[in-house]
Design a protein around this ligand. Structure first.
Ligand code: ADP
Ligand code: MG
Length: 391
């Protein structure tokens, strides 16, 4: 390896710094650039370090550390921040990761764990792609009129507003999708153009072909304007588009639609979370049960599927426990019924929070976006981090 990645180490505890340095010395491709006992002095160096790793201890004052992580991230977007702490709760981990840390290491540091996380980090940084950092969420049901598009659109808007990170929203209802209408967009390019050209579009160019929603970090790929074009789009092209988007976006939200074909299955396979949407009536619940059977056949882990009840009123004849028993899946989230606001949003071509941010549905979508983002963070951690039982 011709060039080492610089590591900036911030830890008040000298003993802990020595341990980290000793472990780092066993790794190839990294070298300690500087160590600090307090974080103020790290900012200047972090700002000019380009691609680097910042190991920062957050044990003493979590709120202060969270702000410091945000500052480092704003000064250097290529800094790969790893937070360390002698405490571990889901709350702490989520706070530091939301601030911009990519990994979390629990103290006392276990050598094998430390080396594994650092090795993965070095590979990620060097491969430029950082594959794990983009999460794909899709809305699915084999019935129409359930709320899939409403949920995909409002969730994508909330995720973009909450995280300020880039969110892609894709309409996979390749014949007569609604996403562009729900956001009142007239995309100059749609899925057919992007599919045909995906092998020639680099990150910046791909972004230019997508349609940005107002001044937000949300970018849309709409269904083809001409229905005939949709049949020419292949599952392989969908895979290539998702792979390309993963390099630029933090979240991809896909409105999958009701069709089950090789394209939608490709998108479902790629999804980290599938929001299986149901409403509380017998036919919808039966369909949901069938979707679960399909997911079982496709070999999906139960954890990937989140059952969402839309248009929930709370006074239904069918109880949540009955649904859970039939569908064999816990209800993950309930979205209240509010036809007036939802229709008004659709007719005006805006998300519900632009109609009334204090309405029950707008507030519910906001909480839903937080819950999903937290869930994805903990999902990633339990994959990388085998002491999750301590979180
Ligand atoms: N939470 C809700 N409360 C009331 N009506 C809703 C809610 N969510 C969606 N709807 C309505 O349900 C209808 C279908 O929604 P849509 O998102 O187009 O479903 P799908 O994409 O599954 O066909 C729309 O008229 C929409 O206004
Ligand atoms: Mg729809």
């Amino acid at each position: 390896m011709d060039k080492n990645l610089n590591v900036l180490l911030v830890d008040r505890d000298e003993n802990s710094r020595s341990i980290v340095k000793a472990y780092l010395s066993e790794l190839e491709g990294v070298g300690i650039a500087a160590e600090f006992s307090d974080s103020e002095s790290v900012f200047n160096l972090a700002a000019e370090s380009g691609k680097c790793i910042v190991l920062i201890d957050t044990s003493e004052n979590l709120d202060k550390a969270v702000n410091e992580i945000k500052t480092i991230k704003s000064l250097n977007k290529d800094a790969f921040i790893i937070a360390m702490s002698n405490r571990s709760s889901a709350d702490i981990v989520i706070k530091v990761m939301r601030a911009g840390a990519k990994e979390f290491i629990l103290k006392p540091i276990i050598k094998t764990e430390f080396l594994e996380i650092l090795n993965n980090t070095i590979t990620d940084i060097n491969s430029e792609e950082n594959k794990d950092s983009c999460k794909i969420i899709s809305t699915f049901s084999n019935k129409g009129g359930i709320g899939k598009t409403s949920i995909a659109v409002n969730l994508a808007v909330e995720l973009a507003q909450m995280t300020k990170e880039k969110v892609a929203l894709i309409d996979l209802n390749l014949q007569l999708g609604d996403v562009a209408t729900f956001l009142d967009l007239t995309p100059p390019f749609a899925m057919d153009y992007i599919a045909d050209n995906i092998n020639n579009l680099d990150g910046e160019e791909l972004l230019k072909t997508m349609t940005r929603y107002k001044n937000t970090s949300l970018y849309v790929i709409a269904d083809p304007l001409n229905i005939d074009k949709s049949k020419d789009i292949t599952a392989e092209q969908i895979e290539n588009i998702l792979a390309a988007l993963k390099k630029t976006f933090s979240y991809i939200v896909i409105d999958i639609g009701t069709n089950i074909d090789s394209k939608t299955i490709k998108a479902l396979d790629f999804s980290d979370l599938i929001l299986l949407i149901a409403i509380v009536n017998l036919p919808a619940i039966r369909s949901t049960q069938r979707c679960m059977e399909l997911f079982d056949k496709l070999g999906y882990n139960a954890d990937k599927i989140k059952l969402v009840l839309n248009r929930y009123m709370g006074n239904e004849d069918i109880k949540t426990a009955d649904i859970e028993e039939v569908v064999k899946q816990k209800v993950y989230w309930k979205i209240p019924n509010n036809y007036l606001i939802m229709m008004s949003a659709i007719n005006k071509g805006v998300p519900v929070n632009e109609i009334n941010p204090d309405s029950n549905v707008a507030l519910n979508y906001k909480d839903f976006a937080s819950k999903i983002s937290d869930c994805l963070i903990t999902q990633k951690l339990s994959k990388n981090y085998n002491r999750e039982t301590r979180i």
